[in-house]
Write a protein that binds this ligand. Structure first.
Ligand SMILES: NC(=O)C1=CN([C@@H]2O[C@H](COP(=O)(O)OP(=O)(O)OC[C@H]3O[C@@H](n4cnc5c(N)ncnc54)[C@H](OP(=O)(O)O)[C@@H]3O)[C@@H](O)[C@H]2O)C=CC1
Ligand SMILES: N[C@@H](CC=O)C(=O)O
Length: 435
């Protein structure tokens, strides 16, 4: 009598940048996967929007369908992998699959950050597995370490680069002086950018990832709407060059941090100047890197490919193996943990540092009047430099940490001073105090 377990059948919803690589890996690694799972994994079908479209890998045409719901709910399907993206129809498809007892693997950060509550509740109600490692930082194992390996610790901060497209763009602008538009086109051609790159360059993608990270790290429900978000579309080649001249590099950072009293969380995504000696400054191209700071573990760094078909498919495959093993063992992975129920505090209540360039009239008393405005808002100046420019001068100030609301009020009041020609640049500074 044979001990071979029957195959586990996988329905793939979406066969684009990520899905086509999932198909390839399921085929090329079939024997290894079967050995690791303890049963073969068989592709039951592949749902797409356009049947005739050219794919990046060979897909048996007999497996292709446009009836995603029919496939996701078929009786002969055990595992549903959603790599369509967006809110609908992805949400309805996942819910339909769970209601029919399927295990679900998804890479869909937009959906989890907007309506994770519904998806997690359905997983719980139906006793279904929900794995989503690929939704944050592509290939990097980050969610499972947070959910499982660090379950015995207290995370205080998660900080890093979680969007490959914007890192690619900022890196190209920094290393070759490329324009924003040229660098974005390259990132799109390489498959890093979302279908609509607005999600990347305006920081929505990073904000969705920050919401997922904060929710897991702090055992609370955090949605994309809770995240303070600024993108990189306003950053010019001149900003990049001026940061470079001062020994800084501009990166789009996601920062999720517990307040000092541990009673709330700050979750923000914005461009920031970091010193070129900081480890995040060396994160090039579409790579991602995330620091997790936990009370007992100290500082951990996770680094790797944050976007692209094959790296993301690696994370999807890892989840497929995990849910397949769970099905064979008749068990489930960990449920969502939101017991701490911490609230997200507004950006104004966060402490940050600013780098400010102000064009002023070059005459006596100007520096004192500018310094007075900072003092009125209780913002302490760390360094100030002055460059002459004919009748005008440029003051470049870097502050100490201060309340973000006080920093922005300082900028508003500076703009009202008669000796100020223009506030030429304002950017947050991170990393001087965090290697
Ligand atoms: N690209 C990346 O680097 C990463 C992506 N992700 C996430 O992975 C997911 C997939 O991304 P990606 O592969 O880049 O996206 P693509 O746009 O490349 O692929 C989307 C796929 O979904 C199919 N599709 C769209 N609408 C439907 C529908 N109504 N029914 C059935 N199929 C449909 C498309 O079909 P057709 O091919 O016929 O148009 C296409 O095959 C997203 O959630 C994304 O955020 C996560 C990490 C990294
Ligand atoms: N567009 C995203 C893809 C992965 O999530 C990125 O650039 O990081």
């Amino acid at each position: 009598m044979s001990n071979a377990k029957p195959a586990l059948r996988v329905a793939l919803l979406g066969c684009g940048v990520v899905g086509s690589q999932v198909v390839r890996l399921l085929r090329e690694q079939a024997d290894d996967l079967a050995a690791r799972v303890g049963a073969p994994l068989e592709l039951a079908g592949v749902a797409v929007r356009r049947l005739g479209r050219r794919r990046d890998t060979d897909v048996d045409p007999a497996l292709l369908t446009t009836d995603a719901e029919g496939l996701a709910t078929r009786d002969d399907v055990d595992i549903v992998v959603e790599v369509i993206g967006g809110i609908e129809p992805a949400r309805s498809l996942i819910l339909a699959a769970m209601s029919r007892g399927k295990s679900v693997v998804t890479a869909n950060k937009a959906l989890l950050a907007e309506d994770g509550a519904t998806i997690h509740a359905a997983a719980k109600q139906n006793g279904a597995d929900l794995y989503f490692e690929a939704s944050v930082a592509g290939a990097i194992p980050l969610l499972r370490p947070l959910r499982e390996s660090l379950a015995g610790d207290r995370v205080r901060r998660v900080l890093g680069i979680v969007n490959g497209t914007t890192n690619y763009i900022l890196d190209k602008m920094d290393s070759s002086g490329a324009s924003f538009t040229d660098a974005l086109e390259e990132a799109q051609a390489l498959g890093y950018a979302e279908a609509d790159p607005t999600a990347d360059v305006e920081g929505f993608d990073a904000a969705a990832k920050a919401a997922i990270l904060a929710g897991i790290a702090f055992h609370s429900r955090v949605t994309a709407a809770d995240v303070h978000r600024e993108g990189i579309t306003e950053i010019t080649a001149a900003d990049v060059a001026s940061a470079q001249a001062m020994g800084y590099v501009i990166k789009l950072l996601a920062i999720c941090a517990l307040s000092d009293d541990g009673g709330s969380i700050g979750v923000r995504v914005h461009p920031a100047m970091i010193p070129r000696s900081h480890p995040l400054a060396g994160v090039r191209e579409a790579y991602n890197a995330v620091f997790v700071e936990a009370e007992s573990a100290g500082r951990l760094m996770f680094y790797g490919a944050g976007a692209g078909g094959a790296p993301t498919a690696s994370a999807v495959l890892g989840d497929i193996v995990a849910v397949a093993r769970n099905r064979i063992a008749a068990t489930r992975g960990p449920e969502e943990s939101t017991y701490a129920d911490l609230k997200v505090h507004p950006m104004g209540a966060t402490t940050t540092r600013y780098h400010v360039s102000v064009d002023v009239a070059d005459k006596p008393g100007v520096l004192a009047r500018v310094a007075d405005v900072f003092a009125e808002h209780d913002v302490s100046i760390q360094t100030v430099k002055q460059e002459g420019r004919g009748d005008d001068a440029r003051l470049v100030l870097v502050t100490h940490r201060a309340n973000d609301a006080a920093l922005s009020a300082t900028i508003e009041d500076l703009q009202d001073l008669d000796i100020v020609r223009a506030v030429a640049g304002v950017m947050r500074v991170e990393g001087d105090d965090t290697p």
